[in-house]
Design a protein around this ligand. Structure first.
Ligand code: NAP
Length: 515
């Protein structure tokens, strides 16, 4: 039996006791255990701040970028072994596991590339200097400097590679050391990546630490220069927001939570158009990829009422074509849910949705005796405004068709009932519809995906998180923001306004500039 290890304060360690069992969700076999019990997390926090921080700040942006490139290359080299772990420990199909691992390495590489635009200074400029008084000698400007704390990254179970390495990329490039804590049920892939980073000595000591198992008292050790980037459920996010680390001691918190992402089919898109095909294809993929355990998965499908039945049938046909089964088999397109707990919650969630809808395909039943399998499930709402469709995230291959009256106003009103989303998408060839609805949806959406026949062939799909665009959403989605190119560094940095003598201010306190 494998016991997962943590890399803290410069050494590999395991917590006391068995801790949490990590299971193969296809066979229900226990693969490993992870425990953080008894580990000295205060020591780890100090180690990161005192060793990792100074070592990273001594590196230029270009040198940190090179480290990110090296991590990407080393992870890519071990791709096959990591895919295998994704299949066994998370029930990922090979395609799902590649999506996670390749998303991670692509994001690292993208951040290494973004650094090419950065100056050879220990800070990032934010705008030009400006005269503040009667004399141009006294000026002010803004700069971004690395915070002196630790970046604690608490991730959800669904993207053990991508979730961890996208946060790491932004933090390390900003000059802030990281402590990575993956979701425990699927931590085997994250642990394997941690071993790659440490054993190849890809980062200075203290810049990278790894915690397998629960967060324990980690937050109790955080102070005003530390950051926590959290990804997970709304309920855990709410719990963290109330923690003294943030409320009393001023640590920073970014929350990426769940989201009832909506897609809207415009009334103009008939079923013989490329835009309609893209709508069906993208929706079926977003609902079933990673067995629907994706924060950006489509949950609510708004369709003009007079076409709701017909479109629901087209979607059901696409759902039905998804081959569900053993994720290690190459032809399988959807594997099981990740844990027994997930299966219980999902079955109860589908049953609640089904009370207010017609089940077009699928349902809450477990589809195999062994393994946490459910079928791709599509429901057609009896009443689109029913709160169950807008308030409950069923984290599974499940979505509901919500009929609307075909106007942007009604579509916007329904989407807003979800209280804020990571992504909203609209499929239409009618420019006026796209513009009117787009303006209404933007304040409720971290990202707005506008598709139609013209871009049907090229669209990346609403669920794909891109390093150059911000990820995060308002309200229920957590109100956080990650990525977005160099914007992603700002969470780990302090924007400081500096005032003083012109040349001092212009140089951003660089000692080698003339005064
Ligand atoms: P979760 O139960 O909220 O757990 C998320 C992380 O928080 C895990 O690492 C968990 O550790 C940790 N955690 C739990 N309680 C904690 C506490 N009291 N203090 C500190 N850390 C704590 O969520 P999940 O089931 O892993 O993930 C599914 C959810 O994540 C879904 O709701 C999904 O929508 C959301 N999600 C959002 C995004 C996004 O970008 N917005 C992306 C992916 C997933 P343990 O695993 O050790 O319990």
């Amino acid at each position: 039996m494998t016991t997962l290890q943590s890399y803290l304060a410069g050494r590999w360690q395991s917590g006391a006791g068995e801790g949490t069992a990590l299971v193969n969700p296809t066979t229900e076999e226990v693969l490993a255990h992870a425990s953080s019990s008894g580990l000295d997390l205060g020591e780890a926090v100090r180690h990161g701040r005192e060793l990792g921080g100074p070592a990273l700040r001594a590196m230029s942006f270009a040198q940190r970028a090179e480290s990110l490139r090296a991590v990407a290359a080393a992870v890519h080299e071990q791709r096959e072994a990591l895919i295998e772990l994704g299949v066994r420990n998370a029930g990922n199909t090979r395609g799902d596991a590649k999506f996670d691992i390749d998303g991670a390495t692509a994001t690292l590489t993208a951040y290494a590339g973004f650094a090419a635009a950065l100056p050879d200074t220990p800070f990032l400029p934010d705008g030009e200097g400006e005269a503040l008084g009667r004399s141009p000698r006294f000026q002010g400007r803004h700069v971004w400097v690395s915070r002196r704390g630790l970046g604690v990254h608490i991730n959800a179970f669904n993207f053990p590679a991508w979730g961890m390495l996208e946060k790491l990329a932004c933090s390390l490039l900003a000059g802030v050391p990281v402590l990575e804590k993956p979701g425990t049920p699927t931590a085997m892939m994250a642990e394997a990546i941690a071993h790659i980073i440490i054993e190849r000595e890809l980062l200075p000591e203290g810049a990278f630490q790894f915690l397998a198992g629960s967060a324990g008292d980690l937050l109790d050790h955080l102070g005003p220069q530390d950051n926590v980037a959290f990804t997970g459920s709304s309920s855990t996010g709410q719990l963290l927001r109330r923690h003294a680390a943030f409320v009393e001691r001023g640590a920073r918190l970014n929350v990426e939570a769940d989201s009832l992402n909506a897609t809207v089919l415009g009334p103009d898109l008939q079923d013989d158009t490329a835009g309609f095909d893209a709508f069906v294809r993208d929706t079926a993929r977003e609902v079933t990829q990673k067995a629907g355990q994706k924060c950006t998965a489509t949950r609510r499908i708004l369709v003009p009422a007079e076409r709701a039945e017909e479109v629901a049938e087209a979607l059901a046909e696409a759902f039905g074509n998804v081959k569900v089964g053993d994720p290690s088999e190459r032809e399988t397109r959807m594997g099981p849910l990740t844990t027994a707990g997930q299966l219980d919650e999902v079955q109860a969630g589908i049953a609640r949705l089904a009370e207010a809808a017609r089940t077009v395909i699928g349902g809450p039943e477990r589809t195999t005796e062994t393994g946490y399998f459910v079928a791709p499930t599509l429901l057609l709402a009896n009443h689109s405004s029913d709160a169950v469709f807008h308030g409950e995230e069923v984290f599974a291959p499940v979505a509901s068709v919500l009929p609307y009256d075909g106007t942007p106003g009604h579509a916007a009103e329904l989407v807003a009932r979800g209280s804020g989303a990571l992504v909203s998408s609209v499929f239409s060839d009618d420019k006026e519809f796209l513009v009117t609805l787009g303006h209404e949806l933007a304040p409720w959406s971290g990202r707005l995906y506008m598709s139609g026949s013209r871009v049907a062939e090229y669209g990346t799909g609403p669920g794909l998180v891109l390093p150059s665009l911000v990820h995060g959403g308002p309200g229920r989605a957590g109100g956080g923001e990650e990525l977005g190119g160099l914007r992603g560094l700002q969470f780990s940095m302090q924007r400081t306004a500096i005032q003083g003598f012109k040349t001092f201010v212009e140089s951003g306190f660089a000692a080698d500039r003339p005064d």
